[in-house]
Write a protein that binds this ligand. Structure first.
Ligand code: NAP
Length: 288
């Protein structure tokens, strides 16, 4: 058996054209969705992410602002900048590219962003709203996975979902979003005993580990849906996921590739969240 490929790239392109059309309609109504991305310091990977966010924003007709601050920026200076942007009516989404330099407290920064402009979905208000099933900005990577599932018509209710990883930005919210869709969810992590005995029970397996080729065919139940969130470099410096794609594709029913899988969805959902925020701002203006 060879699995059906879930092309994040194709799904992302479809979603992006829908977003571009909505951006155009909003502009006609007088509001241009605006996203500001703040980059502190010179982390090369962060710079690559920030550049592609800016590019996508422009492609979709949004107002894009990139603020580059030196490595020496103090926490207070960054907080002041965020406060200014929280009050800027042209800005609907604020994203501080993580990680920030060590002398800056990440939690203070996340909590300083207005929950109404928190398009990354990391603010505790949005996390709490997601947990309680209320309207919220959902974190872009796990949200992108849910959109892929929907687009592929993959049933979730009643399925056993196993998530490998429990980070605040991927693993934890990923399990929560599946739970919200009535799946039965199990998390496994670095302290889990006998991971394979659990992953083998998964109807849907999500790998968010950050280790190249961690998931091999012996982790998989035949016919499982396998979602690979990992973005790693292998020993030859080539981009790869957490899943040994060549092995696992023979056993899975659906599988995401790396690159071209979850990655393109993440940035698309960021654009979606910015659009959503701008729509809310317009509704507020109209109701004022
Ligand atoms: P992270 O914060 O490092 O979390 C990794 C998780 O994997 C942790 O919960 C850790 O367990 C678990 N883990 C590590 N080694 C393990 C092992 N040997 N067995 C079982 N579990 C293990 O990473 P992250 O931010 O969630 O990112 C995960 C991967 O997704 C990375 O490759 C990252 O680059 C990628 N990513 C991709 C996108 C995208 O757009 N596609 C977005 C974000 C991240 P403990 O909690 O016990 O330490």
């Amino acid at each position: 058996m060879s699995a059906t490929l879930i092309s994040g790239k194709e799904i992302a392109n479809k979603k992006k054209s829908e977003i571009a059309a909505e951006v155009e309609a909003l502009k006609q109504a007088g509001v241009t969705p605006g996203l500001v991305v703040i980059l502190v310091g010179n982390n090369p990977a962060s710079r690559t992410y920030v550049t592609s966010k800016e590019k996508t924003c422009k492609e979709l007709g949004m107002h894009s602002v990139l603020i580059e601050l030196p490595e020496t920026t103090t926490e207070q200076e960054l907080l002041n900048k965020i406060d200014e942007l929280n009050h800027d009516e042209k800005i609907h989404g604020i994203l501080v590219q993580l990680p920030v330099p060590e002398h800056i407290n990440e939690t203070s920064i996340i909590e300083a962003i207005s929950p109404e402009k928190d398009v990354d979905g990391f603010h505790p208000i949005n996390v709490g709203r997601m947990m309680t099933g209320q309207d919220a900005f959902l974190p872009c990577t796990p949200y992108g996975v849910m959109v892929m599932m929907k687009e592929m018509g993959i049933e979730i209710a009643g399925k056993h979902v196993v998530v490998i990883g429990r980070s605040n930005i991927v693993g934890k919210p990923q399990g929560q979003l599946f739970l919200n869709e009535n799946a039965t969810v199990t998390y496994v992590h670095s302290k889990t005993v006998d991971i394979k005995s659990i992953t083998k029970q998964a109807d849907i397996l999500v790998a968010a580990v950050g280790r190249p080729y961690f998931v091999t065919e012996d982790f998989i139940k035949p016919g499982a849906v396998v979602i690979d969130v990992g973005i790693n470099r292998n020993s030859e410096g080539k981009l790869c996921g957490d899943v040994d794609f060549d092995q696992v594709k023979e056993k899975a029913s659906y599988i995401t590739p790396v690159p071209g899988g979850v990655g393109p969805m993440t940035i698309t959902m960021l654009m979606y969240n910015t659009l959503k925020s701008a729509k809310k701002a317009l509704a507020k203006l109209q109701n004022a």
